[in-house]
Design a binder for this molecule. Structure first.
Ligand code: HEM
Length: 125
């Protein structure tokens, strides 16, 4: 079914994926509130560098993703359902646009990081 879709081949594909993903996150009933006051235009390059580093071993991201989300949790209280929704939208946006080895890899990385974050922050997956 996905044969005609391209794989993720570089940082510009990641930027494209993230642009669409965060459009959905910002319109999502459950997730939008966590992003109020955040300038996503400014953040997108950092998040793209994070994913690009994971998939293509490019440097560029230096941050502590766990601390960032622990801070959000202290502000708003995150639940396992919030992480599940984040992952659902992420996987869906990958599948709508890409298929292949890297597309599978980014979904599997997202699943494992979201699982660890959810467990460490909320105690549940
Ligand atoms: C409930 C789920 C999540 C919510 C509500 C959420 C929300 C946010 C928000 C509001 C920011 C901007 C924070 C700031 O700079 O002040 C952010 C940054 C970020 N998020 Fe998430 N996030 C979630 C899950 C994830 C997951 C599962 C990943 C990775 C797999 C991820 C990766 C990142 C990265 C890389 C940044 C940038 C960190 C930085 O600039 O240092 N997020 N997130």
């Amino acid at each position: 079914m996905n044969e005609s879709k391209p794989d993720i081949t570089g940082e510009s594909d990641i930027v494209q994926l993230l642009t669409m993903f965060y459009q959905r996150v910002l319109a999502d009933e459950r997730l939008a509130r966590f992003f109020s006051g955040i300038d996503m235009q400014a953040h997108l390059p950092r998040i793209a560098a994070f994913w690009s580093g994971l998939l293509f071993n490019t440097g560029g991201f230096s941050g502590n993703v766990m601390n960032v989300h622990t801070h959000i949790h202290h502000q708003y209280t995150l639940s396992a359902a919030d992480f599940a929704r984040w992952l659902e939208l992420f996987n869906d946006e990958v599948d709508r646009n890409f298929a292949g080895f890297r597309a599978d890899e980014i979904k599997s990385r997202a699943r494992s990081i979201a699982g660890v974050m959810s467990f460490r922050i909320t105690g549940q997956v």
